[in-house]
Design a protein around this ligand. Structure first.
Ligand code: RET
Length: 279
């Protein structure tokens, strides 16, 4: 049964909609995405070459680090070619005193390819640090699951339509981030204390570098996607700088320092029958 059409439509609407507007990338953002794609690709090729040259006992870090920049290459290719993004709808209600209330629909471009990238590459970055420290299995699982929760909640937050939803997810993601920091700062430092001096100083400096960089991501998110104080282009440039430091620069630092360090012991470094093998 269809209900009858209402006949008592008020001549003055109580909520006046304003025209929709879009926040999307421009030339600067587009060029930046291609530049980072190229840097990630070059790093991946170099890391692959380095991986071939080191003995298998030392190769785990090379393999992990190569996959990190490979994934970033793929996600930057997607973003630069106009893929891997969508528009989040933000509804802004404004209550007015003497004129009708207004409702605004803002559409902001969200590059979800970033979160797909992070969900694979941030666990790999954490594995680099965890293996360097010799962290135990339980702590590694806690760190990686907390990291996945952080990234997925970040994705949900980016597409949240109301402020409550958005910042609710964001707050939970920050709690997950603190779990990661705790695992590495407390558990990782305890594990490294039994290793040689060069390995432990490498872990401490790489760990500090990682902590500073990673803490900037939620800040960029909060100003860009969160408060929308930065344009999509400024946000792309900020993430580009952080991504290049967190992936290729982190990778080169780890692999070159690790070259000079004694072979790092662990179950991965002594495959049965592979002692002394270079292949
Ligand atoms: C989000 C928003 C929600 C709150 C927090 C975040 C943290 C993100 C981090 C990302 C790190 C990315 C890296 C990429 C490498 O290229 C998801 C932004 C805490 C820490 C290292």
């Amino acid at each position: 049964e269809l209900s009858p059409k209402p006949t008592d439509v008020s001549p003055i609407p109580t909520v006046v909609p304003t025209p929709d507007y879009y926040e999307t990338l421009g030339d600067v953002g587009h060029t930046t995405l291609w530049v980072v794609f190229a840097l990630m690709l070059i790093s991946t090729i170099i890391f692959t070459g380095l991986a071939w040259r080191v003995p298998v006992q030392k190769r785990l870090f090379h393999v992990i680090t190569t996959f990190i920049t490979l994934f970033a290459t793929l996600s930057y290719f997607a973003m630069a070619t106009g893929d891997g993004n969508s528009f989040a709808q933000i509804v802004i209600h404004t209550r007015n005193k003497h004129v009708p209330d207004t409702v605004e629909y803002v559409y902001r471009q969200v590059f979800w390819a970033r979160y797909v990238d992070w969900s694979v590459t941030t666990p790999l970055l954490l594995l680099d640090l965890a293996f360097l420290a010799g962290l135990d299995g339980a702590s590694i699982i806690v760190t990686i699951v907390a990291d996945l929760i952080m990234v997925l909640l970040g994705l949900f937050a980016a597409f949240g339509s109301s402020d409550g939803q958005k910042w609710g997810y964001y707050a939970m993601a920050c709690a997950a981030y603190l779990v990661i920091v705790y695992q590495l700062a407390v558990g990782g430092r305890r594990a490294i204390s039994s290793k040689d001096r060069s390995t432990s100083s490498l872990f401490n400096s790489l760990g500090l570098f990682t902590f500073v960089l990673w803490t900037l991501y939620p800040i960029v998110w909060g100003i860009g996607d969160g408060a929308r104080k930065w344009s999509v282009d400024v946000e792309i440039v900020a993430y580009a700088i952080l991504d290049v430091l967190a992936k290729p620069v982190f990778g080169f630092w780890l692999l070159f320092a690790h070259r000079k360090a004694p072979a790092i012991e662990g179950w991965w470094s002594s495959g049965i029958g592979q002692e002394g093998s270079v292949r």
